[in-house]
Design a protein around this ligand. Structure first.
Ligand SMILES: [Zn+2]
Length: 248
């Protein structure tokens, strides 16, 4: 049965639909062999061909469309089991996302992405360190992801902790990595955690500094970026409106 409802996420489906319109791509992907319905099996997870054909800007546009659908309550009717099965023997994610651990900011859900679409690094305050950079280097250099997205969010507890110089076990060292953003945020008004606008301004600065640090600390990613093989982007997720505001 050719049942459109069985297709994976719309974010990927939209992109795949454009592929499926091309006889050349159909042939290259081997999708013609079993007739139209055969494409469904391949459409359950990104293939290498599909991912490699997308530009970083197209991948960013796909995520923006996904967030627009999520905000309207029109997220894709996913068959996660089909996505799981289709991706079990190989993965070709288009993006690696660095976002906060906050339970209200699940990057894949709010951008309507499916299994196999994105690598996901999550750490409080979306900071980078050697382990995160190593993960990104694997994602981009080895596995072929083309976009690095650093996504902060509003009302971030880690940002508030850094502003207040909270000291707690291993968290102390983590928050120290956010401190440069606190120090470099230019803001007119009350600079306390009681001021939501200030907290969000620091979070925005933290995204920008993390993006810069990725390039500064990783020659591997710097080389890929200089060759335009990858693009590094930043975003802020608004807990109130569910909007992902892309900063670049
Ligand atoms: Zn957070």
């Amino acid at each position: 049965m050719c049942d459109a409802a069985k297709l994976p996420g719309e974010a990927v489906r939209l992109n795949r639909r454009s592929f499926l319109q091309s006889p050349t791509v159909l042939a290259a992907a081997g999708l013609l062999a079993g007739g139209p319905c055969a494409s469904l099996a391949h459409a359950d997870a990104l293939t290498r061909e599909q991912r490699d054909k997308m530009t970083p800007d197209e991948i960013l546009a796909m995520m923006k469309r996904g967030n627009a659908r999520f905000r309207k309550g029109e997220g894709s009717k996913r068959n996660f089991l089909a996505e799981q099965k289709a991706s079990a023997k190989g993965q070709y994610p288009a993006v690696v996302i660095l976002s906060c651990i906050d339970s209200r900011a699940p990057a894949e859900i709010v951008m309507d992405l499916g299994i196999g679409d994105a690598f996901n690094c999550r750490v409080a305050g979306n900071i980078s360190n050697e382990d995160i950079l190593g993960s990104m280097e694997f994602a981009c250099k080895v596995a072929g992801a083309k976009v690095i997205l650093v996504m902060g969010h509003t009302a971030c507890g880690a940002i508030k902790g850094a502003i207040d110089s909270v000291k707690l076990g291993n968290l102390t060292e983590l928050l120290a990595k956010i401190r440069p953003a606190v120090d470099k945020t230019e803001f007119t008004g009350e600079k306390t955690t009681k001021n939501a606008a200030y907290v969000d301004a620091v979070a925005r600065k933290n995204v920008a500094l993390t993006m810069a640090q990725i390039l500064e600390k990783s020659p591997v990613l710097r080389e890929l970026e200089s060759k335009r093989a990858i693009k590094i982007a930043g975003a802020m997720y608004d807990l109130e409106t569910a909007a992902v505001d892309f900063l670049s």
